[in-house]
Design a protein around this ligand. Structure first.
Ligand code: CP
Length: 308
């Protein structure tokens, strides 16, 4: 039984195949509209979500399947003390595939050990968010026509940002990638990301606290939210919450073909005026999330022998 807990569960050629399948779904939506007839997706969300949960549900419905699940822990028996293992063991008897978000890092791995069906990690604490990363890779590929030879700026909360950690791990596997890490020192990328992924793969990177200085170098600017829910104190959050705000003036020195991305939700780290700049691609990125999740559902069900 194959699960998707991290993008490192996928080989590069599998990632490329899933992106190609998502591209085909975008071009030929009708051809996929009945492929999951009779199949059920369970969405177990122990933490809030708009894009991930609804795009998973929309994906399964657009494949002809159906969905069940819960969107907050307090409407499930987790509120009575049921363990993740027991919840998933039971739900895997009701559904053919499970997408799960949980605030505890590693919870989807625990779930996968108890599940009778494939489990997809829809975000676990500050650890990983592989379906967001697959969304990001599809978006970069559609915007740039490649996943190689790119300078990628990551900006904001790089310490707790699971989307950033997942994206670094994935992009390290493609040739000629370099990173510019833009954050306050207190929110810099964890050491294990630098040693185990960037340095281990010989990926050039440098760290800065000044967004304006590096803007002309970037092919991709990946903005992130400073996440109130990950801080231990409100004071620490307030100190950093407005560390970086992208506005039109900061984009003046950027490349004309820069791609501005953000996993969303944003709070105020991208000014609304940027939305009308043709380089702003974060709403297209969110829309791509549905199509990559369609491709992932098909792929995991095929690997489980549930689809041809
Ligand atoms: N990008 C993302 O994971 O958004 P949600 O928290 O709304 O699912």
């Amino acid at each position: 039984m194959r699960h998707l807990l991290d993008t490192t569960d996928l080989s590069v050629s599998e990632i490329d195949d899933i992106i190609a399948l998502a591209d085909d779904i975008i071009e030929n939506k009708k051809a996929y509209s009945k492929i999951c007839e009779g199949k059920q997706l369970a969405t177990l969300f122990f933490e809030p979500s708009t894009r991930t949960r609804l795009s998973f549900e929309s994906a399964m419905l657009s494949l002809g399947g159906s969905v069940l699940g819960f969107s907050e822990a307090n409407t499930s028996s987790a509120s009575k003390g049921e363990t993740v293992e027991d919840t998933v063991r039971v739900v895997s008897g009701y559904a053919d595939i499970i997408a799960m978000r949980h605030p505890v890092e590693g919870a989807p791995k625990v779930a996968s050990s108890a599940s009778l069906v494939p489990v997809i990690n829809a975000g676990d604490g500050g650890h990983s968010h592989p379906t967001q990363t697959m969304t990001d890779l599809l978006t970069i590929h559609r915007e740039k026509g490649r996943l190689s030879n790119l300078t990628i700026g990551l900006c904001g909360d790089l310490k707790f940002g699971r989307t950033v950690h997942s994206l670094v791990k994935a992009m390290c596997r493609y040739p000629d990638i370099s990173f510019v890490l833009i954050s306050p020192k207190e929110l810099s990328v964890p050491d294990y990301i630098k040693t185990d992924y960037l340095e281990a793969n010989g990926i050039p990177y440098f760290e800065t606290e000044k967004m304006e200085d590096v803007m002309p170098q970037l092919d991709i600017l990946y903005m992130t939210r400073v996440q109130r829910e990950r801080f231990f104190s409100e004071d620490e959050y307030l100190k950093h919450k407005d560390a970086f705000i992208l506005d039109n003036s900061k984009l003046k020195n950027a490349k004309s073909d820069l791609t501005v991305m953000h996993p969303l939700p944003r709070v105020n780290e991208i000014a609304k005026e940027v939305d009308s700049d043709s380089r702003a691609r974060y709403f297209e990125q969110a829309r791509n999330g549905k199509f990559i999740r369609m491709a992932l559902i098909i792929t995991l069900l095929r690997w489980a022998g549930e689809l041809d």
